[in-house]
Structures are given as structure tokens and as C-alpha cells.
Design a protein around this ligand. Structure first.
Ligand SMILES: *Cc1c(COP(=O)(O)O)cnc(C)c1O
Length: 218
């Protein structure tokens, strides 16, 4: 089936209030264009230069989401236009995003990435490290970023009980932090990919990031 047909299947499988990020990394601009023409506006990429190139080639009303690990020296490529950065994992990165956003006279929406999976390779804050960071309050001085919620990647496993437990843990933390620090502006919980998005939605995801189910294998 074509990406456009797959898009319709995914869209129909999601509740209306869950935002779909079509993860287009490695796929060329002309394929992304067909999915855009079918009505999809939010796309996700994990490399800043690739994101920048696609931004230049494609319609300007696309909402680009940076979902991969981001080095501070690459923020400048995407700061002028990126809609949301899902992968903030340090104060240093948040400070650079704030600075680049200010240069572009923008406020950039970001998510804090929480490390919950058992794989050690995945980035993100350990839950208690993020709690301690928010409690210290340095983030309050950044005027050009808005912390909108959390992002997480679950363990790659067929064990749905484990995946559900991980998503539930991050959902509970999301509710806790919203209550303690942010209020209603903290409204985005980005979790769920091709193989685990139904579980993520059951656990309260407001945004899912789906690549291979739409575009095929990479
Ligand atoms: C690639 C990627 C996705 C999409 O993965 P699929 O399995 O292709 O749906 C989601 N989130 C992140 C952070 C990714 O890097």
C-alpha cells in the first residue's frame, strides 16, 4: 500500500484528539509531498541538516518536529522554523535553544525526553534527574522556550506488559509535573511509535510518532 493509504489507516486507528507526527526521516521530499497533499501537516525528523533541507524543499505550512538527539551546535539549523523539539535532555541544550529562539525572535515549544527504556543507549533524563532539575528552577529564566510536556521511547520488546508499565510511568510523571510546575500549558505527551502506539494511546499519549507504518521500512 502507498504511504497515503497507510496514512489513512493510521489516522483512522487514532482517536481524534491524538496528534499524529508522520516520521519521514530518510524518505525523500517527493514522497513526503504526497502525504502532505493527503492532508498531513506534522512531520518528524531526527537529523537537523536533513530537516533543514526538507524544510527548504517543501511547503512552508508544514509543522516540523525534531524528534532525535540534538547537539547544541546544530540547533541553529532548525531554530528559525522548527515547531517543536521533542528531545531536550539537558539544561545546556535548553539554554542554546532559548538563545537561538531569541535570535530568531521566536518562542520554541519543547518537550523533555524521559529515559525509561531498559536499553542504555537511549538518551533522555532519568526521572529523578528531571525532577531535581525542575525543582532547582534554572529553566524558569529561559524566556524563549516553552516546556510543553514530555517525550519518551519505550523498550523495544514484544513484552506489552513492560511497555505498558513504562508508558504508564511516564504518563503519571507527566501529570505530576503539570500539577507541580506548569499547569495547563503542559499539555503534550509524545509517546508511541509504529510497533507500540496503541499501548501508548491507551496510556494517555497526546502525540504519537509513526514512521515505518506510513512510509514503509527504512
Ligand atoms: C524513527 C523514530 C520514530 C518512528 O519510528 P517507527 O518505528 O518507524 O514508527 C519515532 N520516534 C523517534 C524518536 C524516532 O527516532
Amino acid at each position: 500500500m502507498s504511504p497515503v493509504e497507510q496514512l489513512k489507516l493510521v489516522r483512522n486507528a487514532l482517536p481524534a484528539d491524538v496528534t499524529l507526527i508522520a516520521v519521514s526521516k530518510t524518505h525523500p521530499a517527493d514522497v513526503i509531498r504526497t502525504v502532505y497533499d493527503a492532508g498531513q501537516r506534522a512531520f518528524g525528523e531526527n537529523r537537523p541538516q536533513e530537516l533543514r533541507e526538507k524544510y527548504d524543499l517543501l511547503p512552508k505550512d508544514i509543522e516540523w518536529h525534531m524528534i532525535g538527539h540534538l547537539q547544541t551546535n546544530k540547533v541553529k539549523y532548525i531554530a528559525p522554523f522548527v515547531r517543536m523539539i521533542h528531545s531536550v535532555d539537558s539544561d545546556k541544550l535548553l539554554a542554546v535553544i532559548d538563545k537561538e529562539a531569541a535570535k530568531n525572535d521566536r518562542i520554541i515549544d519543547v518537550l523533555m525526553e524521559v529515559h525509561i527504556a531498559s536499553e542504555e543507549t537511549k538518551s533522555g533524563w532519568e526521572p529523578d534527574e528531571l525532577r531535581a532539575y525542575l525543582e532547582r528552577g534554572e529553566w524558569r529564566r529561559y524566556r524563549n522556550v516553552r516546556i510543553r510536556g514530555l517525550m519518551t521511547i519505550a523498550t523495544q520488546t514484544e513484552d506489552h506488559t513492560l511497555v505498558r508499565h513504562e508508558f504508564q510511568t511516564v504518563h503519571d510523571m507527566f501529570a505530576e509535573l503539570r500539577e507541580k510546575y506548569f499547569g495547563t500549558e503542559f499539555d503534550t505527551l509524545s509517546m508511541g511509535m509504529t510497533h507500540d502506539y496503541p499501548v501508548a494511546v491507551e496510556c494517555g499519549a497526546t502525540m504519537v510518532r509513526i514512521g515505518s507504518m506510513i512510509f514503509g521500512a527504512r
